[in-house]
Ligand binder design. Structure first.
Ligand code: ADE
Ligand code: ZN
Length: 350
């Protein structure tokens, strides 16, 4: 269906956003740990938290930048010890995804956050994998795992993690780069990404969230990534914007995250609409939904409420999420056909 063909009215947008099938391409599974589950797992595993209650923990979610969030995020992950814990965390996410009509999710996981505390790699990946399988059979939600390297650690540590992961190579589809961006440029991880490319893994990296446009350029030119996670600072370099548009490189944007981490002061100031107007392949994602105030549909609704987006933008964003995913062309075509049916139904009612 061609863009700008829809006459669906503004008051129908919430129902349309809910009904349309979509893919989530940028979410950290450890960032889906709700305070209630953190406390339940702490109790189950005998872990002491430095917050007295769920309410006190949630009240601490007042971040000033990425690092202030990461400090709490890594502390929250300390309750994950057993395979069942990883399974329970991912299963809770999949229930939310299903409720939002997410039909496919590519989940980031941070093995070093766990292996650094003595949790074996196998425990992490088997717990996540069994939840992915369960999501497929019980919910009809498709998913895949992307292993992220923590960029505040050394490349040697990332290489060691890659070695540990090799017996489980069949359980994840790609690698990414996350954690503290400033001062840890993509080129720090050139060798490990080159090795991952040889292994046939998909490659993505966080870049241009807090870091400058050069980090996006080096993620593309040095790491050879296929998607940029965030990438919102690309607008500071008009040549880069033109290149991203020409190449059709996807930017997996996370609107609520960007507000919570003060990348933009308010949603009205978010540049997502500008990125779309430049012809960039933007997708909407939740990043760390338990910490940033919403899952997929809340990200869509908050963005649409403040940026004057319409049904044509909703179609573009959902279609981009399928096109930028790492599934086969035939699977993408099936989901886009479902998307077309949803929009045709709403269009006929308008
Ligand atoms: N890890 C979890 N969320 C992240 C984000 N938004 N940026 C970088 N690393 C992260
Ligand atoms: Zn992220």
């Amino acid at each position: 269906m061609s863009q700008s063909a829809f006459t669906i009215s503004h008051d129908q947008l919430p129902a349309l956003v809910q009904a349309m099938p979509k893919a989530e391409l940028h979410m950290h599974i450890e960032g889906s740990l709700e305070p209630e589950l953190i406390f339940a797992l702490a109790q189950r595993n005998g872990v002491t938290l430095s917050y007295p209650s769920v309410e006190a923990l949630r009240a601490a979610y007042a971040f000033t930048d990425l690092q202030s969030f990461l400090d709490i995020y890594y502390a929250g992950a300390s309750v994950l010890l057993k395979e069942q814990d990883f399974h329970d965390m991912a299963w809770a996410y999949f229930l939310k995804a299903k409720a939002d009509n997410v039909v496919h999710a590519e989940l980031f996981f941070d093995p070093q956050t766990h292996t650094g505390r003595g949790v074996p790699f196998e425990v992490v990946i088997q717990g996540l994998h069994s939840a992915c399988e369960r999501a497929r059979t019980e919910l009809g939600v498709s998913s895949a795992l992307i292993m992220c390297f923590l960029r505040h650690l050394s490349e040697e540590d990332a290489l060691k993690t890659l070695e540990q992961s090799l017996p489980y190579r069949h359980l994840f589809i790609g690698v990414g780069l996350d954690s503290s961006e400033r001062g840890h440029p993509p080129e720090k991880f050139a060798r490990v990404f080159a090795r991952c490319k040889e292994l046939g893994l998909h490659l993505v990296a966080h870049a241009g969230e807090e870091g400058p446009p050069e980090y996006i350029i080096n993620a593309l030119d040095v790491l050879h990534v296929e998607r940029i996670d965030h990438g919102v600072r690309c607008v500071e370099d008009p040549e880069l914007v033109k290149r991203l548009a020409r190449q059709g490189t996807a930017l997996t944007v996370c609107p609520l995250s960007n507000i919570k981490l003060c990348v933009f002061k308010t949603m009205k100031e978010h540049n997502l609409k500008t990125l779309l107007q430049h012809g960039l392949k933007v997708t909407i994602n939740s990043d760390d939904p338990a910490y940033f105030g919403g899952y997929m549909n809340q990200n869509f609704l908050a963005t649409f409420a403040d940026l004057d987006l319409d049904a044509n933008d909703a179609y573009t964003l959902a279609c981009n999420s399928f096109e930028a995913s790492f599934v086969s062309d035939s699977v993408k075509a099936g989901w886009i056909a479902q998307l077309d049916q949803t929009f045709a139904r709403f269009n006929a009612q308008s």
